[in-house]
Design a protein around this ligand. Structure first.
Ligand code: GDP
Length: 535
């Protein structure tokens, strides 16, 4: 039996990011091929057997072909226990991606070899860098006509601003794609001739040394010559592989492959598991120290809340990243923000199939806790000496809309739906003085979040709403105490709106930054802050 320390040291927890269609789902599925056992959290169907099986729990995802929610998959390989956190590909959900990354110790960025760095790769990459974790690159679809690998590397470096280190090098591309050259072992790993089309077989790889005459036959003499030239060039380049730079998120190890044909996936996984960190420590804001993942007592924080994942069980799941120790189902732990001891029940509807109930889990793992409505994003649960992990900052909303219920008889459902979805962090909601709760102002980071809100209010709460866009672009919380500043006396432009968040915090919505400055200039006592404690 592994010890607690061994369990924890064997964990590798990472998130996959990509522009939609680059191959994130396919790569995830192929990674699962190498798994000993599969456990899923956040997955209704529980298996990654077909595309979308993992994350499609909402119609809107199917309609638009995007993944809105994040789910978690776990498998074992090569003595490691691997947790993959899926993230939404669309930039409108980058806040969700950000929260998921808060729970990850590394990120894998999938890039389409024909397209290179795409718009959403850039946005998601930026979110990744906020977390300062190692970022690995998988250049996918080499079995298709691709761009020059040198050019792709340069694009990653210049557009994303991260160093690159090719771990392997592609041999040909598209129809001439024959395999990769592993720079560490100096071996060619080639297709065995059958590696075409969608393959779920583990690839039989043939290894041969560079310069070996037999290689001419295996990969073609042109490919062989090109490869020798490329490798000479690469080896001549000054950059040494620097693990510290990788761990600091400054250098990205790059792997070439083809997820669909399952080529290069296993070597990638092997190297990834070797280079990616075991669970990283998180800061305890009480002592200011780092919490050692090997600490015996359990501690973790909520990074995501999701309601109604299964229509038959109207429950809410709080996803907890375990930061230290061991979790046991039904254990008692202290909920720091609530100031209470709780019994931690794992959500059952979350785990739709047989193997799925989580009885125990270790630092690095994610557990889905049943949430009777007590958790907020960023909350800490712990045993032993109290610790508290840092809050997860919210993104400032950039789009606003007034959401009004159509059928006033459904007031209760509307209020409940809005509150629950706001608690999930799906939207931020604000109240306007003089308006009742039948109409609220919603702020979102991406417009698609409003579409999701409408769909979910209808499907999960049976409420139809009317949506009216609002022209606000800037949001500031009023940092003054209630009795320190009388807002009725504020000197603000006519198109600036005073609203309240759900905790009674006062804030101003502006239609442009000029109006923000106007408010600052004309109200010497007014203190404005860009962040608030929302919802
Ligand atoms: P995601 O949106 O990033 O999750 O991308 P998917 O994994 O759904 O892949 C998008 C499309 O690209 C699908 O039609 C896949 O079959 C295809 N695809 C994924 N990987 C490869 C690959 O290595 N080669 C080729 N030719 N197609 C691929």
């Amino acid at each position: 039996m592994p010890t607690l320390a061994e369990h924890i040291a064997s964990r590798r927890t990472f998130a996959i990011i990509s522009h939609p269609d680059a191959g994130k789902t396919t790569l995830t599925e192929k990674l699962l091929l190498y798994s000993g056992s599969i456990q899923t959290a956040g997955s209704v169907k529980g298996k990654a057997s077909s595309k979308h099986a993992v994350s499609d729990w909402m119609d809107i995802e199917k309609e638009r072909g995007i993944s809105v929610t994040s789910s978690v998959l776990q498998f074992e390989h090569d003595g490691c226990c691997v947790n993959i956190l899926d993230t939404p590909g669309h930039q409108d959900f980058s806040e969700d991606t950000y929260r998921t990354l808060m729970a990850a110790d590394a990120a894998v960025m999938v890039i389409d070899a024909a397209k290179g760095v795409e718009a959403q790769t850039k946005k998601l990459f930026k979110v990744c860098t906020l977390r300062h974790i190692p970022i690995f690159t998988f250049v996918n679809k080499m079995d298709r006509e691709s761009r020059d690998p040198f050019e792709l590397m340069e694009e990653i470096e210049t557009v994303l601003g991260i160093g690159t280190y090719p771990m392997n090098w592609p041999i040909g591309n598209g129809r001439t794609f024959r395999g990769v050259f592993d720079r560490q072992t100096r071996n060619v790993i080639a297709f065995d001739g059958e590696g075409r089309g969608n393959s779920t077989k583990k690839v039989a790889e043939i290894e041969a040394e560079l310069g070996d005459a037999a290689l001419d036959e295996l990969i073609g003499s042109d490919n062989h010559q090109n490869l020798m030239d490329d490798i000479e060039l690469l080896d001549g380049a000054a950059d040494e592989f620097d693990l510290d730079a990788v761990r600091a998120g400054k250098l990205s190890p790059v792997f070439f492959g083809s997820a669909l044909t399952n080529f290069g996936v296993e070597p990638f996984l092997k190297e990834f598991l070797r280079l990616a960190p075991a669970p990283l420590p998180y800061t305890d804001t009480i002592s200011g120290d780092l919490v050692d993942p090997q600490r015996k007592e359990f501690a973790g924080f909520v990074f995501k809340i999701q309601a109604n994942m299964d229509k038959n069980h109207r429950d809410r799941i709080a996803f907890v990243r375990i930061c230290s120790g061991k979790f046991e189902r039904g254990m008692e732990a202290f909920h720091v923000q609530g100031g209470k001891k709780l019994k931690l029940a794992t959500g059952t509807s979350l785990m739709a199939d047989d193997r799925a109930t989580v009885d125990e889990a270790y630092a690095g793992d994610i557990v889905g806790l049943f949430d009777p409505g007590i958790f907020s994003i960023g909350d800490t649960v712990c045993k032993g000496e109290h610790v508290q992990f840092p809050p997860i900052p919210t993104f400032s909303p950039e789009h606003f809309a007034r959401i009004t219920q159509v059928n006033t008889l459904k007031r209760k459902q509307f209020v409940k739906g809005m509150h629950e979805l706001a608690q999930e962090g799906a939207v931020q909601i604000f109240r306007e003085p003089g308006f009742g709760m039948e109409s609220v102002i919603c702020g979102v980071v991406g417009v698609l979040q409003l579409d999701v809100l409408e769909t979910r209010l209808k499907n999960e709460y049976g409420v139809e709403v009317r949506r009216q866009g609002m022209p606000y672009t800037d949001i500031r919380w009023i940092a003054n105490d209630l009795n320190e500043l009388d807002t009725s006396r504020l000197n603000i432009t006519r198109d600036t709106k005073l609203v309240e968040d759900m905790r009674g915090g006062r804030l101003l919505l502006f239609t442009n930054s000029w109006n923000v400055n106007w408010a600052i200039d004309h109200n010497p006592d007014l203190k404005l802050s860009e962040v608030g404690n929302v919802n």
